[in-house]
Design a protein around this ligand. Structure first.
Ligand code: FDA
Length: 505
């Protein structure tokens, strides 16, 4: 064991963590960030840092013997996932029985693996979900600030209309139109100027070469290129990769965090204890909640309340696919970066925001694939097993049903209007049209205003903060990272002014 002291310790390197570290450092506070995953800079034997979706190797997956992509089959055949060597790969899937949660692992968190869709929620729904946050201030100040910090950009509409790489989106748009639904363009953190150079053969291909959920070798403006690069640029931030925080206890007006180190193959390299004055949790909905639940249940932070572990939701995620007619090919060439969504959130009975996502198989499949975000009021609760030291999730299959009902109502309409049907062969060996057993958008566990005060300060303790998706109460109606970033901007500004710079906690 060795020890160290830092004024501010940030756990994780995803959105909430990256914003917090940058603003702390800009204010002159020396900050250490801990990340359980790797720093993704070293090329593998193929000369690339990341592997593609069609050729996954150990870099793809966090400590499993097989990759675990959600669209797991084709014609019910197990042809998508591959055996891999257990390794600190980039995409994790945490199985909680009838619900699996995907998350990015590495310096940059989810920004390394996500679809990059940078969507601001509807103001009315944001107000409904987070009624104690001043929405006017969020939309005037912090959403624009987050979009600028993330370097959000949009696809050129003229190029979009003509390129083979987005035929799949245009086909799905036409079909939505027949069912009476409009589409909206979705901004992204993938650099669309780079994508156009890829298409023109002037830059190495990434989004146009089947790279996305296992990382992009080019074009993706992940956090390591934006917020984290700026944070490191201050000279006051250090990032320790392959460092997993496992326990928290109070110490001398601050906290001591126990950290397990390992190499990328999972070999233990020992334990460290790091003391800090201010502790910021940014391990994501799962990572942050697990640390606080463990601290409550093992008695190291006994004043933590019952709200820790509550209010979790999958953002109503439901994935589905339609089989198009042979006269509607979706194209052999598909950009992995989604740019269109079908906005049916105003439907009073079955609100759906359906993103048109690619099937970059390199062959014609006639498939339209969608990630539908639905309004599911069900919430799960995290549990802690003292024997194993592991976190569980109380979420039963029936809790996904409201989301599936909305998705079914919406896509039945699409199929009727287009004379088409669902694909039943893509989500495992059993025929099924809707994948309701996983989420890309885990939200909640330490909800703002319940487990914390209105700025992420954990109730019962001073100098302890939640910064990430754990703050959001289970549903947002759109993809979450812009909101997580904006909320972190808002909260850290207040905490810096009132707690950190005054020396008060
Ligand atoms: P985030 O999960 O980003 O980061 C947490 C980090 O902390 C991770 O790097 C983790 O390894 C680390 N960590 C956890 N516990 C730790 C511990 N104990 N010690 C040290 N480190 C620890 N969203 C969106 O808006 N648009 C989109 O297009 C998509 N698409 C999408 C696709 C896929 C495949 C996934 C998996 C996710 C998305 N998302 C998305 C969701 C989005 O990526 C997600 O909401 C954010 O990354 C969450 O940000 P956080 O800051 O909460 O944590």
């Amino acid at each position: 064991r060795d020890g160290a002291y830092v004024p501010a310790l940030v756990i994780g390197t995803g959105y909430g963590a990256a914003v917090t570290a940058l603003r702390l450092a800009e204010a002159g506070v020396r900050t250490l960030m801990l990340e359980t995953g790797q720093l993704w800079t070293r090329p593998g034997p193929d000369g690339k840092v990341f592997c593609g979706m069609l050729t996954p190797d150990r870099r793809s997956t966090w400590f499993r013997r097989r990759t675990a992509a959600p669209m797991a089959s084709f014609l019910w055949l197990d042809v998508v996932n591959r055996p891999v060597e257990p390794y600190a790969g980039i995409l994790d899937r945490v199985d909680f029985g009838p619900m699996a949660v995907y998350a990015g692992r590495g310096v940059g968190g989810g920004s390394l693996v996500n679809g990059g869709m940078a969507v601001t929620p509807r103001r009315s729904y944001f107000r409904e979900m987070l009624p104690r946050v001043d929405a006017e201030e969020m939309y005037r100040r912090y959403f624009p600030q987050a979009r600028a910090g993330l370097r959000v950009n949009g696809v050129d509409r003229g190029w979009f209309e003509g390129t083979e790489w987005y035929r799949y989106s245009r086909v799905a748009r036409e079909e939505a139109g027949r069912a009476g639904h409009g589409t909206v363009f979705l901004d992204n953190i993938y650099d669309f100027r780079h994508m156009r150079r890829e298409a023109a053969g002037k830059a190495p291909k990434s989004a146009l070469a089947g790279e996305l959920i296992y990382g992009n070798n080019h074009g993706r403006m992940s956090l390591d290129k934006t917020y984290l690069a700026a944070a490191l640029g201050t000279g006051r931030v250090t990032i320790a990769a392959l460092h997993k925080a496992v326990a928290i206890r109070p110490h001398a007006g601050g906290y001591v965090v126990t950290v397990e180190r390992s190499d990328a193959s999972g070999r233990p390299l020992g334990t460290k204890e790091i003391a800090c004055r201010h502790l910021f949790l940014g391990g994501g909905s799962l990572g942050t909640t697990e640390l606080l639940l463990r601290a409550r249940e093992t008695g190291t932070l006994p004043r933590l309340g019952r709200e820790i572990g509550r209010g979790w939701g999958p953002n109503g995620n439901v994935m589905t696919a339609r089989a198009n007619r042979p006269v509607q090919p979706t194209g052999c060439h598909q950009s992995t970066v989604p740019v269109l969504g079908i906005d049916a959130w105003d439907d009073p009975r079955h609100p759906v925001f359906a993103e048109i996502t690619p099937v970059p198989a390199g062959i014609e499949t006639w498939i339209s694939l969608y990630l539908a975000i639905t309004r599911n009021p069900e919430r799960g609760t995290f549990t802690y097993d003292r024997g194993t030291g592991r976190m569980g999730l109380r979420w039963d299959r029936g809790q996904s049903a409201p989301g599936v009902r909305s998705a079914r109502a919406f896509f039945d309409r699409m199929n009727r209007a287009n004379g088409t049907d669902y694909r039943y062969d893509l989500f495992g060996p059993e025929p099924r049209a809707f994948a309701d057993d996983f989420t890309y958008h885990p939200l909640g566990g330490c909800v703002l205003g319940r487990a914390t005060d209105d700025y992420g300060r954990v109730k019962g303790y001073r100098g302890l903060y939640v910064t990430d998706g754990a703050l959001i109460p289970g549903s947002l109606g759109v993809n979450p990272f812009v909101t997580i970033t904006a909320l972190a901007e808002r909260n850290v500004e207040r905490v810096l002014r009132q707690d950190v710079l005054t020396g008060r906690t």
